[in-house]
Design a protein around this ligand. Structure first.
Ligand code: NAD
Length: 332
């Protein structure tokens, strides 16, 4: 059993920070249904072992019971899209920190973690370039009739509308500019227009204007209570003729029935997504070449993103235990 000695208590946040020199035998578990690249695991091991901790691995697990058993003794947990439910947190009696190697953290039960005093972090920005490149690739794929014979169109000169200008949105914007696209963006949480101007991107004042002007609408909103099922019939119907919706965000933000209705009424609209909808088979059958979903989420699936996010997760754990750094904590 690890010996944990509370080093400092921040009264306001009621959070205990553990000081590593007083902590022995710290166990860090990498639990990945879909494993990291080998190189990433080796890098994580190096960081963890250099800090004097022990690395445990649970890869390609097929049953929740395996995860529940593996977390029983660990102090820290690194995951990818793996689900950390209240049950998992309950089973992990020594758990102090979970790091989701990636941007979205809707696979972690934040309320359960907070109740138990477990810090949850993500690794923002580490896989953004991979996702941004995929978004642009998806636009080209649809513009060229999914690489089937026939006359396609070009991205140059078209309006690329970016919904949410965070880490991924920004990179899509810059890459769109490099391809000669007219780039506009909407993000109500970025009030400083200079952020957009620095990239030569026009900030629009409403989500309505964004969709109305979009030849390509690239979605980068997180899945939150506010955004869930928020992209549907009305937004799609307001898009210009021949417009394409590109989703590398989350399937939960899509109102599938609404999107299907709009695509049924408007045979010019296209939808491409990195996250297969629930109604994927129906959409494929009904919309043919106007719809495409990657068979498995691919946004962050590059060797580079894998390594970046994995190593960042390991560093953040060490930094938290050693220095109490909570910069990327998402359940503050
Ligand atoms: P980020 O946190 O850097 O940016 C999110 C942006 O969304 C922020 O700028 C925020 O201001 C904005 N935002 C929040 N709520 C909004 C709202 N209601 N309307 C408009 N804007 C809003 O995240 P990111 O790294 O850019 O990633 C974006 C999303 O992409 C993630 O939440 C994740 O779901 C998804 N993602 C998918 C993959 C993949 O494999 N396909 C990989 C990484 C991320």
């Amino acid at each position: 059993m690890p010996t944990i000695i509370p080093f400092m208590r921040e009264e306001k946040k009621e959070k205990v920070i553990y000081f590593t020199s007083l902590v022995k035998n710290m166990k860090v578990l990498v639990a990945t249904e879909k494993p990291f690249a080998k190189e990433a695991v080796e890098g994580i091991r190096q960081i963890i072992e250099q800090a004097g901790y022990e690395l445990c691995l649970l890869e390609k697990y097929t049953d929740k019971a395996q995860l529940l058993e593996a977390v029983a003794e660990v102090d820290a947990l690194i995951i990818r899209s793996d689900k950390v439910t209240a049950e998992v947190i309950e089973a992990a009696k020594n758990l102090k920190i979970v790091v989701r190697a990636g941007a979205g953290y809707d696979n972690v039960d934040l309320a359960a973690a907070t109740t138990r005093g477990v810090v949850v972090m993500n690794t923002p920005g580490q896989n953004s370039n991979a996702v941004a490149e995929l978004a642009l690739a998806m636009m080209i794929y649809m513009a060229r009739n999914r690489f089937t014979p026939g006359t396609g169109s070009e991205l140059q000169g078209k309006t690329l509308a970016i919904h949410a200008y965070g880490n991924v949105g920004k990179l899509v914007g810059r890459k769109g500019k490099a391809l000669g696209m007219n780039v506009i963006a909407y993000d109500p949480f970025i009030t400083d227009k200079a952020v957009f101007e620095a990239d030569g991107v026009e900030a629009v004042d409403s989500v309505e204007e964004l969709y109305k002007r979009a030849n390509y609408l690239s979605l980068h909103i997180p899945a939150t209570a506010e955004t869930k099922s928020s992209i549907g019939y009305e937004k799609l119907m307001s898009m210009p003729k021949g417009a394409t919706l590109v989703n590398t965000a989350r399937k939960e933000v899509i109102d599938e029935a609404g999107v299907m209705q709009a695509m049924t009424e408007r045979e010019d609209l296209k939808y491409i997504t990195d996250i297969a909808p629930v109604a994927v088979a129906e959409m494929e059958a009904q919309f043919g070449k106007r719809f495409f979903a990657t068979p498995k989420k691919q946004g962050a699936e590059t060797a580079e993103a894998n390594i970046n996010a994995g190593l960042a997760a390991a560093r953040q754990i060490v930094d938290y235990f050693v220095n109490g750094v909570t910069r990327f904590q998402v359940n503050k």
